[in-house]
Design a protein around this ligand. Sequence first.
Ligand SMILES: [Zn+2]
Length: 72
Amino acid sequence: MGAAQLCPRCGGSGVLRTNAFGFRTCLDCVGQGALARLDLARALEPPLRFRRRSTPLPEPVQFSAWLSSGAR
Ligand SMILES: [Zn+2]
């Protein structure tokens, strides 16, 4: 099986057949045809942590030097 489970309600098509409206987006899978798993949310965590880590720290020395040069 893949990373996502096939939606049992719409059978993977992402849409439901209704007599009134013809076709309607499957709310179980939000029209994707597959159920989103918690693994997907967990997979998004590492990049966010990496971005936090890679954020450069402000250097107080350069900042104070900029202040003294910009002061009157
Ligand atoms: Zn569905």
